[in-house]
Design a protein around this ligand. Structure first.
Ligand SMILES: *[C@@H]1O[C@H](CO)[C@@H](O)[C@H](O)[C@H]1NC(C)=O
Ligand SMILES: *[C@@H]1O[C@H](CO)[C@@H](O)[C@H](O)[C@H]1NC(C)=O
Ligand SMILES: *[C@@H]1O[C@H](CO)[C@@H](O)[C@H](O)[C@H]1NC(C)=O
Ligand SMILES: *[C@@H]1O[C@H](CO)[C@@H](O)[C@H](O)[C@H]1NC(C)=O
Length: 154
């Protein structure tokens, strides 16, 4: 249900975007949509712990997509399951540049999910490509990315 409604939302979003800003697309190196999805856990390094799926998650955490460090491109908030999703429409850069330049940064202090965890600093991860999917509602190629793995930052 959640997946279905989010895809409908993506389709709707694309139609609006296409009407608002027709973009001349180059034949190659042209990406339609980038979707970044991941989970943040309430642990010292934001990763899933030794207890596997019993590891507490980090809900209501602000997750920022940054170009390099300091340039916020987009942001999202983790849901009750600690999951976030960020969609970028027609990034004007090749995938290789995006993968080498983008970082996911958790801006909310870890102490807000567990008072024993530090207030200072945040979590950072680079991104990796997992697969492309093509929407059934439109000829749109989505490149799915996930965080490689969080670590403490700075
Ligand atoms: C893993 O689970 C055990 C049993 O519930 C608990 O005692 C332990 O503190 C947990 N470890 C971590 C790192 O959460
Ligand atoms: C959080 O988001 C994920 C992925 O979109 C979804 O599968 C999950 O059901 C959501 N959890 C809640 C509690 O909304
Ligand atoms: C909070 O973090 C501490 C230190 O990592 C850990 O020992 C404890 O189990 C955590 N508490 C909860 C409720 O996850
Ligand atoms: C979708 O885009 C990816 C990345 O550019 C590419 O490798 C893949 O061949 C494309 N798939 C389709 C069906 O166009």
């Amino acid at each position: 249900m959640a997946i279905k409604s989010s895809l409908v939302l993506v389709c709707f979003f694309l139609i609006i975007a296409a009407m608002a800003a027709p973009v001349a697309k180059a034949q190659d190196e042209s990406l339609d949509l980038i979707r970044i999805q991941g989970a943040v856990y309430c642990t010292a390094n934001g990763k899933i712990g030794v207890n596997g799926s019993a590891t507490p998650v980090f809900p209501n955490a602000q997750v920022q997509l940054q170009f390099g460090i300091g340039n916020v491109v987009s942001s999202s908030t983790t849901n009750a399951s600690g999951r976030f999703s960020i969609v970028l429409d027609r990034p004007q850069m090749p995938l290789s540049t995006l993968l080498s330049s983008l970082n996911i940064i958790v801006a909310t202090p870890l102490s807000s999910c567990n008072t024993s965890l530090p207030f200072a600093g945040g979590l950072i991860s680079t991104l990796q490509f997992v697969r492309s999917t093509v929407l059934s509602c439109a000829p749109v190629n989505i490149s799915n990315l996930i965080p490689v793995g969080f670590q403490r930052f700075p």
